[in-house]
Design a protein around this ligand. Structure first.
Ligand code: PRP
Length: 209
């Protein structure tokens, strides 16, 4: 049995659709109930719904053999897992954004609000820029509006959240998409089953321009 950690939510349902189309369906999973574990013994898979940012922890520690995690989480937490496949869903970008009238004063330490402190630190270290990191857990867009920070480093998908809060994107740090990840020991001991799943999913990956 291969244990699969899927991120709870719309993106996870999309990824489950890829598993199902690849021959690993488990119809009861889409029934609207509060169960968190679903299994298809014939196909040899058991799915768990987990909080998206926790998928990598389940996989790294072997509670799940494989899972789907955003590249943002993989870059930020650097879990010790194999990244097997870019699923090309959940596409967005990690970006720097600020108020429309923001003018950067490079003489001053830049105040950066973000959930992604490692990604932000690495990005500004690469630019040789002194920053003061303000770690927030959500609603990051509020920080520059209330004068808590000069800029934010956050995920931009459609750009709607920035637009509606009078912010604008300044730089893209890195493109993000969902990745299939595997526990290292599981991959060694169940390589046939995991590679078969990865091949099946690869057949479901859609190309985008
Ligand atoms: C992310 C991000 C932005 C929003 C961007 O939040 O933090 O707030 O999506 O999307 P948009 O460009 O399409 O408007 P998410 O919904 O992941 O929740 P979070 O606040 O918990 O990070």
């Amino acid at each position: 049995m291969i244990n699969v950690a899927l991120p709870k939510g719309r993106l996870g349902e999309k990824v489950y659709g890829m598993f199902a189309a690849a021959g690993y369906e488990c119809p009861s999973i889409l029934e609207n109930n509060r169960k968190l574990i679903f299994e298809n013994a014939d196909a040899g898979v058991r799915y768990f719904w987990v909080k998206p940012s926790d998928v990598a922890i389940y996989v790294e520690r072997g509670a799940a053999d494989i899972g789907m995690a955003g590249k943002d989480i993989l870059l930020e937490y650097a879990p010790d897992v194999y990244e097997l496949l870019d699923l090309n869903v959940g596409r967005c970008r990690m970006a720097v954004a600020a108020k429309r009238d923001f003018r950067d004063d490079t003489e001053k330490t830049l105040r950066v609000a973000t959930k992604f402190t490692i990604i932000a630190r690495r990005y500004y270290a690469g630019l040789g820029r002194d920053i003061d990191i303000i770690h927030l857990n959500g609603s990051i867009e509020l920080a520059p509006i209330l004068g808590l920070s000069d800029v934010i480093v956050d995920i931009v998908e459609t750009g709607k959240t920035l637009l509606e809060n009078n912010l604008e994107p300044l730089e893209t740090i890195v493109p993000i998409s969902a990745r299939l990840i595997a526990n290292k020991a599981s991959f060694k001991f169940n390589s046939d089953a995991i590679e078969a799943i990865a091949r099946g999913l690869k057949g479901q990956v859609k190309d985008y321009d």
